[in-house]
Design a protein around this ligand. Structure first.
Ligand code: ADP
Ligand code: MG
Length: 320
């Protein structure tokens, strides 16, 4: 019996399409899982069911062997042990950061509350903002306060539903770095859902890919990148080029080598400066296909004739 166990969850809002099909998951205490899926794949539905805030049609959620009851089975929906945070989590605007974090602890002894708030302010690097109001903080800092507040009563499971969607990339990267550190200190089990693979990779190497309410693939991020189960999973990591006259064989732009002779002939039709390479669009001579190829040495220009080569071991065989 695992710490947090999700068994065969099924949920349909309308009769025809199921938002979740037979979803199962087992998590150990203190683990950090990222669920990646496009918009509409069922991420929020799943988290609401896990938190006991939405009724599933079938299946069970068990925390420490105890069944999580859904709103139709329980007078007050939800659990203190399972906290759900989403993008526009609202802080209390007229109370300070420290008071916001202390809010869930209203019924606790004052000494304990003070100690707990102090610990959380430190854990999240918020000490110097303790007496500020939420509007005097950046979006990233506000979201950090929301997460600290959710952790105040030490939930066993923290569910994060696209918590960075209202932050810019720089704020997001910084906040993720800080969260990685603060999650290390606690023993909270965390499930983070996002449509941004990059955010998931920065937070954890334990991934689950969800598509149309179904688990497509689960495992270590590197294993998924190297052995994607289908085109969707492969494309989350990078674009893929279809090998001419081979229906289901693909190669990543970073695995294609550019040479001035020998290989598949093409012409550079576009070149974009990206951080670590120039991204070339190459029109293949014979098939007319357009390939995306990385040019890490930034050697080639539009109009150049190039020959493409790759190690066949790097080819990906992928179903649609
Ligand atoms: P995600 O969070 O991955 O974007 P959701 O769980 O919000 O996905 O939605 C999954 C599917 O369920 C979508 O097709 C969505 O339109 C549908 N859905 C979500 N919430 C409701 C609802 N309250 N009523 C009807 N359909 C819903
Ligand atoms: Mg959602």
């Amino acid at each position: 019996m695992s710490f947090f166990s999700v068994r065969n969850i099924r949920k349909s809002y309308e009769q025809k399409v199921a938002a979740l099909h037979n979803f199962s998951l087992d998590l150990e205490e203190g683990s950090l899982l990222a669920i990646v899926g496009e918009s509409g794949s069922g991420k929020s539905t799943l988290l609401r069911i896990l938190a006991g805030l939405e009724k599933q049609d079938e299946g069970q959620v068990l925390l420490n062997g105890q069944e999580i009851l859904n709103p139709s089975q329980k007078l007050v929906a939800g659990y203190d042990e399972i906290k759900l945070i989403h993008q526009d989590y609202q802080l209390y605007p007229n109370t300070t950061v420290a008071e916001n974090i202390a809010r869930p602890l209203l019924l606790f002894e004052k000494n304990y509350t003070q100690k707990r708030v102090k610990t959380l302010l430190k854990q999240f690097g918020l000490e110097k903002f303790a007496d500020r109001l939420p509007r005097q903080l950046s979006g990233g800092q506000q979201q950090k306060v929301a997460i600290a507040s959710a952790l105040a009563i030490e939930p066993e499971v923290l569910l994060l539903d696209e918590p960075f969607s209202s932050l810019d990339r720089i704020q997001t990267h910084q906040l993720i770095g800080e969260l990685v550190e603060s999650f290390k200190e606690g023993k909270t089990t965390v499930i983070f859902v996002t449509h941004e693979l990059d955010d998931a990779l920065r937070l954890t190497d334990d991934l689950l890919i969800l598509q149309k309410g179904k688990i497509i693939q689960q495992g270590n991020s590197r294993v998924l990148c190297e052995n994607p189960k289908n085109q969707y999973v492969a494309r989350l990591f990078s674009p893929i080029n279809q090998i001419p006259s081979q229906e289901n064989r693909f190669i990543r732009p970073s695995d294609v080598k550019l040479r001035t002779k020998g290989g598949l002939l093409g012409h550079v039709v576009d070149s974009r400066f990206l951080v670590h390479f120039n991204s070339l669009q190459v029109r293949l001579k014979e098939s007319g296909m357009i390939w995306e190829v990385d040019d890490p040495l930034r050697k080639y220009q539009v109009g150049d004739r190039v020959y493409l080569n790759w190690n066949t071991e790097k080819e990906l065989v992928l179903s649609s």
